[in-house]
Design a protein around this ligand. Structure first.
Ligand code: TXA
Ligand code: MG
Length: 325
């Protein structure tokens, strides 16, 4: 909001955690580490605090936000869990899963954070620093990824500061995040659960927990139920060319797996995982895109990424990065 605010850098120790919780209780903005990406956190029950998230991010205001809680009991005070929602929460919380459920009668997540919807998006993160802050804050904490709208999601405190320095009150620095892609989002709103966003929990694991296949809600459909899933959400400045067999002249290269070793790689090249490990690739994805994009190439060519495991989430992010804008 105000570009003149000084952004404090807090360490991930008891004093830093207490300071972050105090700022959140006072309606201020703090970037917090989670196991997926850094989140731009504010008191989810305070519309003004939530408004300042949208302002700092310059995010389209129709996007509902995820509210973070320290445990399932706290989440069940905010939302109504049917049998599949409970099964998923018990299997994957704390962890990189968000559940969209009907808001409870006593839900304290404000209307702005819910974008006026009757449902609420809830997540219990597993990062110990996030957990400690949530416990100390004692209220639901809204946190979209801590980047400016349309930029890649931050997996390090430095990425947060590159986008938001001077626009937020503090960043709590706990080093690089482990998962590297956002949480999977599953809507449990009666009827069959639907996968709104592939993410840190592979689809097969989600389906195993509920004993049925998940319907996938395609983004950009006629009646999008996750309006935040804009086609251009993950957008580097460079154009992105997917499923490239090799870089073309002048293109930067984002590789995956063993590279052809005949000298074709350009100077500007990053490999997501030379051994072809999809978990390593997910953890590296946003930092790699950012590293290439910061050097200003016109186009980033991207090697094919298999669709198994976290590959589905990686390909989802890459398709967004490549979407025309
Ligand atoms: O890993 C993550 O999920 C990260 C970390 C910080 O927790 N957070 C994150 O939040 O990615 P955000 O705000 O960037 O993503 C929220 C997504 C949006 O696509 C939004 O449209 C969807 O969740 N969403 C939120 N509430 C919803 C609702 N009630 N119905 C449908 N979709 C909803
Ligand atoms: Mg985001």
């Amino acid at each position: 909001m105000t570009a003149s605010r000084r952004t404090q850098r807090l360490s991930a120790n008891a004093a830093g955690i207490a300071a972050a919780a105090d700022l959140l209780r006072a309606g201020r903005l703090v970037a917090l580490p989670t196991e997926t990406v850094y989140g731009l956190a504010a008191d989810a029950s305070d519309d003004r605090a939530v408004a300042s998230i949208y302002a700092a991010k310059e995010r389209p205001s129709f996007n509902p936000l995820i509210s973070h809680l320290p445990d399932l009991d706290a989440a069940r005070r905010q939302g109504l869990f049917d049998a599949p929602a409970l099964a998923l929460a018990r299997a994957f919380w704390p962890g990189p899963l968000t559940l969209v459920v009907p808001a409870s009668g006593g839900c304290t997540v404000c209307g702005l954070a819910r974008a006026g919807l009757d449902s609420v998006a809830l997540r219990v993160p597993s990062h110990p620093v996030a957990h400690a802050v949530l416990q100390a804050a004692g209220r639901p904490i809204a946190a979209p990824s801590a980047n400016r709208s349309g930029r890649v999601s931050p997996t390090r405190a430095e990425h947060v500061l590159a986008d938001l320095d001077g626009r937020i009150d503090a960043v709590l620095d706990a080093g690089p995040t482990a998962v590297g892609v956002e949480s999977s989002i599953v809507a449990c709103l009666g009827g069959a659960p639907r996968l709104l966003r592939p993410g840190g929990v592979p689809r097969a694991a989600l389906e195993a927990a509920i004993g049925q296949p998940l319907a996938i809600v395609a983004d950009g459909g006629a009646a999008p139920i996750a309006p935040g899933l804009l086609a251009s959400h993950y957008a580097p400045r460079a154009a992105v060319r997917l499923d490239a067999e090799a870089p073309g002249p002048g293109e930067a290269w984002l590789g995956f797996g063993p590279e052809p070793h005949d000298g074709v790689l350009p100077a500007l090249a990053v490999n997501l995982s030379p051994t072809g490990d999809l978990t390593e690739a997910a953890a590296n994805l946003f930092a790699a895109l950012r590293r290439l994009d910061d050097r200003g190439p016109a186009t980033i060519a991207v090697a094919p990424i298999p669709m198994r495991g976290l590959g589905e989430a990686i390909n989802d992010r890459l398709r967004r990065a490549a979407a025309p804008r």
